[in-house]
Design a protein around this ligand. Structure first.
Ligand SMILES: [Zn+2]
Length: 414
């Protein structure tokens, strides 16, 4: 039995067990002098501090006085590639000199170079590196993270990556919840160059059965000259039949119809969407597929930001995530994500908070488990340094998280 009470908190949270769409994203519940009780990892009280019963307090082993500071739901980073071999600083320099992401990929750099490194790195090397990132994420208030495979592109390495991801959720002192995604369809590996359809066949025949039970989601890089619409559809159908929930990297580099395909397939989320068509936005608003936008990647690639306002104003659900990966976006910065969303994507601070909490959870199909501070949900909360949540983007790129509580346990105190 472990109970914790947070008193005199300025509680700020979206509410509900599903993604908030359109105008709902701007609506947060604020409890100015609030209290939260977490018993055995679950929230058992969330309300006014003055209404907190004395016997509830006496059962708590740990009491935190928030002194009026903001308490938010733990952040959900619903799109990362945090397990990988090697690093790619040379490519970063090439891009600064003007080379495009796709031109680097075509000459054997890009994802393939990380694939080569990941295939030779051991399980424990990969794990040690990932744990370094997990610690940084936790200190920025992340209590749920998604992690993708996709740097193996062969059965053995994809399985090795998913085993590392599984171990991160069990070890790493269980600091946060880790959700695994199989991304064998991240790129066409060198050995299948020019034979995309055969690689799709191979994934369906050999990889999907090998990773079944090791990942909740299946994801694909739907892009021109990578996996185009027909191959993507065929792969996603097989994944769905095998019991995976679906995600897509969609319309990142060119407008291809990835958003429309995600809606058609009932994907839980479609991610990136820098070049989504107006029709794609409308289809996602109808289907409820969460639009996961990744501003750090657009920033790092000097690309235009995804049209967040278009999605929200059309009634769609927007989530924000970091896309941490060794190539296009070597950053897991939550504070910078918040700043870019508010400054460049014209999202309100309220919408940004919803996008990083409840809608992030919805992008992982976990909206009834985490993403808001409500009775019955997992005890995942962050205490900020200040009393007014509107100061969140004002501290551009600075970490203003004071304390992080994950499943009822203090996991970081900055
Ligand atoms: Zn990605």
């Amino acid at each position: 039995m472990s109970n914790i009470v947070i008193r005199h908190a300025n509680i700020v949270t979206p509410v509900g067990n599903s993604a908030r769409r359109g105008k709902e994203m701007d609506m947060l519940t604020v409890i100015p002098d609030g209290a939260i009780v977490i018993s055995d990892g679950r929230i058992t009280y969330c309300g006014a501090d003055r209404n907190l019963k004395a016997e509830l307090v006496s059962e708590c082993h740990e009491s935190i006085d928030a002194c009026g500071r903001v308490v938010l739901p733990g952040f959900v980073d619903s799109h990362t590639h945090l397990v990988f071999g090697g690093y790619r600083p040379d490519e970063f320099e090439w891009r600064l000199k003007g080379d495009s992401y796709m031109s680097i990929m075509e000459r054997g750099g890009g994802i393939q170079s990380t694939v080569n490194a990941t295939r030779v790195e051991s399980y424990s090397e990969l794990k040690k590196k990932a744990e370094w990132f997990i610690d940084r994420m936790v200190s920025m208030g992340v209590t749920t993270v998604e992690a993708k495979s996709g740097y193996g592109l062969d059965v053995a390495t994809e399985v090795k990556m998913l085993d590392v991801i599984d171990s991160l959720s069990k070890d790493a002192d269980r600091k946060l919840r880790v959700v695994a995604t199989f991304l064998g369809a991240h790129a066409v590996p060198q050995e299948y160059k020019g034979r995309t359809a055969e690689y799709v066949d191979f994934m369906i025949r050999e990889m999907i059965p090998a990773v079944k039970g090791k990942a909740v989601f299946c994801d694909i890089f739907t892009e021109k000259n990578v996996f185009e619409i027909d191959d993507s559809r065929r792969f996603l159908q097989a994944a769905r039949e095998a019991g995976f929930k679906l995600k897509l990297h969609a319309d990142e580099i060119v407008t291809l119809g990835g958003a429309e395909l995600a809606s058609e397939m009932g994907a839980v989320s479609a991610d990136h969407l820098l070049h989504v068509s107006d029709q794609g936005v409308a289809r996602m608003a109808e289907s409820g597929t969460v639009a996961t936008l990744l501003p750090l990647t657009a920033f790092a690639l000097r690309e235009p930001f995804a049209p967040a306002r278009k999605f929200i104003d059309s009634g769609a659900a927007v989530a924000l995530a970091t896309d941490l990966n060794p190539g296009s976006c070597f950053s897991g910065s939550i504070p910078l994500t918040i700043a870019l969303a508010c400054i460049y994507m014209k999202m309100s601070v309220e919408e940004t908070i919803t996008a990083l909490t409840l809608n992030g959870a919805a992008a992982l199909d976990l909206a009834s488990e985490t993403g808001s501070i409500e009775v019955g949900k997992s005890g995942d909360v962050v205490i900020l340094e200040f009393e007014n949540y509107r100061m969140l983007p004002y501290y551009v790129g600075m970490n203003c998280v004071n304390t992080v509580i994950s499943r009822g346990r203090i996991v970081a105190h900055n």
